[in-house]
Design a protein around this ligand. Structure first.
Ligand code: HEC
Length: 197
């Protein structure tokens, strides 16, 4: 339908700009009515009946879903048990001999001991079971020069298990020129159950 204009000038002007008093175009009016209707529906849905979630609730719902998915996934719980398979021991050796953790610089590549004690004999200062060794590697002995993880380069729980298992696998290997036992401080290991020998 063609719009009827009567082009009657209104009697105000702003800096010489004047305007007609014509009806608003239909398309504009319908758009305007639509926004009113939309706002009403929106307000009722989101703020009155609560039948649709606000963005914060939506976020919380998604977080709950994510959490549920996470929980339902079987957690790969690392079993703290001496590893004896070749790949794990090789991984442990790589850590021991590697430059990230520097175990070898103090304990020697064959673990016969240098600055740090011999790790292959029956004598231990801080315990010979897997858990003690894992703990000792984690905390280190900063006052004796061994910082946590050897050089401070953090290991994952799995890597820790690998390098500890590797240390235990070296038991009784009798490396040449091993550091002698210091009978004053070293204790013979009583707990032999855990070292795989
Ligand atoms: C900067 C030298 C240094 C580095 C690097 C180092 N250690 Fe040690 N470590 C020592 C010293 C020194 C001790 C003895 C602590 C004591 O006398 O109480 C020790 C003790 C230990 C013990 C306890 C031995 C016992 O008799 O109870 C274990 C196990 C051990 N180190 C493993 C490691 C491993 C594995 C690494 C690498 C991740 C490593 N160390 C890196 C110096 C070092």
């Amino acid at each position: 339908m063609a719009q009827q204009y009567d082009d009657k000038l209104l009697d105000h002007d702003a800096d010489g700009i004047q305007e007609f008093d014509n009806n608003l175009p239909k398309w504009w009016l319908y758009g305007f009515y639509f926004t009113i209707a939309f706002a009403l529906v929106y307000m009722v849905m989101y703020h009155v009946t609560g039948s649709a979630p606000l963005s914060k609730q939506e976020y919380e719902q998604e977080m709950q879903i994510a959490e549920a998915i996470n929980k339902s996934k079987p957690k790969k719980q690392l079993e703290i048990k001496v590893l004896t398979d070749a790949p794990s021991l090789a991984a442990g050796k790589a850590i021991f001999d590697g430059n990230n953790n520097l175990c070898y610089t103090c304990h020697k590549n064959d673990a016969g001991g240098l600055v740090g004690p011999n790790l292959t004999d029956d004598y231990w200062i801080h315990g010979c079971d897997l858990k003690s060794i894992m703990k000792n590697i984690t905390t280190g002995f900063p006052d004796k020069g061994m910082v946590p993880f050897g050089s401070g380069a953090k290991l994952t729980e799995e890597q820790l298990l690998q390098v500890s298992s590797y240390v235990l696998s070296l038991h009784d290997t009798h490396p040449p020129d091993a550091k002698p036992i210091d009978p004053e401080r070293e204790l013979k290991c009583e707990d032999d159950d855990n070292d795989g020998h």
